[in-house]
Design a protein around this ligand. Structure first.
Ligand code: ARG
Length: 415
């Protein structure tokens, strides 16, 4: 007899992937290993395990990947300044390549020939999973049941009931939610109307910044070569540090975003994000770079950050392009060590203090007070040379040949 083929499914414990277990084993004849990857979601593990088994998984494996997620995915993105379309710190997008990697690892351990995920055919996540898995092991088959059958919620509940799996799924929430330690996102429901202000229930991690009554608080974040390592002087592991900033920032209403975003598949979608820790850390990290990187480094690094955000968003984590960019970013972080002090209050994290051992800020050069070492007389010669090309060009070309639109901006007599 042929052995039953084995598949590893990325299992959240929710309705979609629970249905997928039943469907994959019953309709497609797979032996299903359900793999739950914890990147900071709140669902309880005992429930995940019993649900998976009830739905017919041969085993349910749970991996706590929170530390790896922060250290190898979220923090490198932080160091790069990777923010998608000027807003989204990429929580979901960063977790997918890690999940793809763990799916492949477990498939190898289990002797499975396929992996599966519960993504639909409309989103970015299917791309991130599929491209990741294909890159890491092109020999693995990829099955995406929800992309194939697109069953409505009620149909899924019915389908499970028919097969003796009667789980109280509770009321469907008004939104589609994804969350991990780097942030939470809500989409669909009334949020699909871009004119509608997000109702209060779209937010879960953050207090309303308009009504928060908490007095402002200060926090000091220390970085070591671009990585956050201490909070208020206490050395903290990645998980504790990010948890603490999510709580603290959330209580002050920090980290809410309402974004119209371009998906890779060409759809514009409306997303509500909450990412208190990510926003606070990006704000602090940027402030420390302003102290420790030169003007040229800051300019190029900003462009590289945009490029980095695109490759993360677009599912190209496991690419040579990423390796090249990571090498550049790593090199820029050699002196990005120091402490940033922020005031948290009323929905904002404001940088109020910075210090860094390798700071390029030179008080003796910057000061208008006693002790100034800057040679003001030297500025005259510098300006003479700096302005030379503009003076030559103005004399030989610019007068009398102005485009219509510029005339109004020129001094009288030159139009
Ligand atoms: N738009 C974000 C991304 O593609 C988040 C999607 C999360 N999914 C959800 N159902 N809220 O990375």
């Amino acid at each position: 007899m042929e052995p039953v083929p084995k598949l590893v499914l990325a299992y959240s414990g929710g309705l979609d992937t629970t249905t997928a277990i039943k469907w994959l084993s019953l309709e497609r004849g797979w032996e299903v290993v359900a793999l739950n990857i914890d990147v900071g979601k709140s669902r309880e593990q005992p429930v995940i395990e019993s649900r998976g088994v009830a739905a017919g998984a041969v085993s349910v494996r749970i991996i706590d990947a929170r530390d790896d997620f922060l250290r190898y995915f979220a923090f490198p993105a932080l160091a790069a300044g990777a923010i998608y379309q000027d807003a989204y710190p990429l929580a979901t997008a960063l977790a997918r390549p890690l999940m793809a990697k763990l799916l492949v690892d477990v498939a190898h351990e289990e002797g499975a020939t396929a992996v599966a995920h519960g993504c639909t055919g409309k989103g970015n996540d299917q791309v991130r999973f599929d491209v990741g898995v294909q890159t890491l092991d092109p020999g693995l088959e990829i099955v995406a049941p929800t992309r194939e059958y697109a069953m409505a919620r009620e149909t899924q509940i019915e389908y499970l009931k028919e097969h003796g799996i009667d789980i109280p799924w509770g009321q469907k929430g008004p939104y589609s939610i994804d969350e991990n330690m780097w942030g939470r996102s809500a989409e669909a429901g009334v949020l699909e109307d871009p004119w509608v202000e997000p109702p209060a229930d779209a937010y879960e991690w953050t207090a309303d910044p308009e009504t928060v009554s908490l007095a402002p608080e200060y926090v000091e974040i220390e970085f070591d070569r671009g990585m956050p390592v201490r909070l208020d002087g206490a050395e903290l592991g990645a998980i504790a540090l990010v948890e603490r900033l999510n709580e603290l920032g959330g209580a002050h209403g920090i980290g809410r975003l309402d974004q119209i975003e371009d998906r890779l598949v060409g759809i514009k979608s409306r997303e509500i994000y909450e990412a208190p820790a990510a926003i606070i850390l990006h704000t602090a990290h940027r402030a420390l770079e302003a102290m420790t990187l030169s003007k040229n480094q800051l300019r190029l690094k900003k462009q590289i950050g945009v490029e980095y955000s695109e490759l993360i968003y677009n599912g190209l984590w496991f690419s040579a392009h990423h390796q090249d960019i990571a090498a550049y970013v790593g090199s820029t972080q050699r002196h990005v060590s120091g402490v940033i002090r922020l005031r948290l209050g009323r929905g904002r994290a404001t940088v109020v203090g910075r210090k860094a051992p390798d700071s390029l800020y030179d008080h003796a050069l910057a000061t208008y007070d006693k002790g100034d070492t800057y040679d003001q007389a030297a500025a005259v010669g510098f300006i003479n040379i700096w302005g030379l090309q503009t003076r030559v060009q103005a004399r030989k070309q610019l007068l009398g040949s102005l485009p219509e639109t510029l005339k109004i901006a020129m001094p009288r007599g030159q139009e």
